[in-house]
Ligand binder design. Sequence first.
Ligand SMILES: *Cc1c(COP(=O)(O)O)cnc(C)c1O
Length: 237
Amino acid sequence: MSGREDELRGNLRLVRERIEKACEAAGRSSDEVTLVAITKTFPVSDVRALAALGVQDVGENREQELKAKAPECPDVTWHFVGQLQSKKARSVVRHASVVHSVDRSSLVAALSKAAVAEERTVRCLLQVSLASYGSADAATGFSRGGVEPDAVLDLAGEVAAADGLELGGVMAVAPLGSDPDEAFDALRVVASWLRSEHPKADWISAGMTGDLDAAIRHGATHVRLGRALLGTRTPLG
Ligand SMILES: *Cc1c(COP(=O)(O)O)cnc(C)c1O
């Protein structure tokens, strides 16, 4: 057993405990929450180690890293969580079963075409912009992407009607410097609008290392954890 495997085993235990406690505090069952390990910048050996420890869902935020790692570890479900250019849709669809960052019509069209060409069904989550819930974002004009809440249902209709795509739910990143409780509460409202028209689209992808507990309080079904599991990232050059 290498030192790194021991480290990942320990981190995973702590993360599972954190999820368990947050669920308990929220009166939820931890069976309702799926851990997606975000392995960006870390080597595929870490992905294999996590898979051996029972992690079944792994995510990347760049197409290049996804396509390099996914074929090396085909026994996990790969998620794509980053901003996606339409021209990279084919490659992402080839390697990922779930795309969390669907935010515009042109991307829906590109993903649908790619899914049909690859003869796959891709589960799509609509990334919702919560920028208006973050005072820091409003001040800097910095957006972390996503469709505006009032445009979610139109985009959902497009995904639901598209060949090769399956509407899965919503995803969001809490605005920097904002109160994540406020942001994730807003996300829960958007998720309930979506479910009222598309009952099967019941996933809420929310919560990262810094705001996991708030996300679970507000109904997250999929938490996307990087640093808590893998440690500090060295920025890519
Ligand atoms: C990197 C990333 C995460 C994980 O963030 P951590 O703070 O490392 O837990 C989650 N979601 C997205 C979209 C990311 O890019």
